[in-house]
Design a protein around this ligand. Structure first.
Ligand SMILES: [Zn+2]
Length: 112
C-alpha cells in the first residue's frame, strides 16, 4: 500500500523529533500532502492508527492538509488547477511549471 510506505517515512520523521525534544506523548500531527501525491486522507488515517499503536503517537490527532495541483501557463502566466484541465483554461497553453501538488511533509508535531 502506497500510504503505508508514506506513513513509515512520516513516522521516522516524527520519531526523530520525539528523540530530539524528549517528548513522551504526541497529541497533534499535521501533514501537508499535495494532490499529485495521490494520498487518500481516509487511508492515511487508517495507517496512522495501525502504525502508532503502542507508540508515543497512539491516540494523537492526525490532520491532513491537501494542497491543490496548481500549474503556471507558459503562454499567459495564468495559474490554474491542472487536475481538471491539462491546458490553460484562459488561453489553452501548456504548463510551464508545476507550482504545487507534489508536497508531502510533516507540517507540525505537538506533544509534551
Ligand atoms: Zn494561459
Amino acid at each position: 500500500m502506497h500510504e503505508m510506505a508514506i506513513m513509515q517515512n512520516i513516522l521516522e520523521i516524527i520519531n526523530t523529533q520525539i528523540k530530539e525534544y524528549n517528548l513522551k506523548k504526541i497529541s497533534n500531527v499535521k501533514i501537508v500532502a499535495g494532490e499529485l501525491t495521490g494520498v487518500v486522507p481516509e487511508i492515511m488515517e487508517f495507517c496512522w492508527q495501525v502504525c502508532t499503536e503502542n507508540t508515543p503517537c497512539a491516540g494523537a490527532k492526525l490532520e491532513i492538509e491537501k494542497l491543490p495541483a496548481r500549474a503556471l501557463c507558459r503562454e499567459c502566466s495564468h495559474e490554474y488547477d491542472f487536475l481538471e484541465k491539462l491546458s490553460c483554461p484562459r488561453c489553452g497553453g501548456g504548463i510551464k511549471k508545476v507550482l504545487s501538488g507534489k508536497e508531502l511533509y510533516v507540517n507540525f508535531i505537538e506533544g509534551e
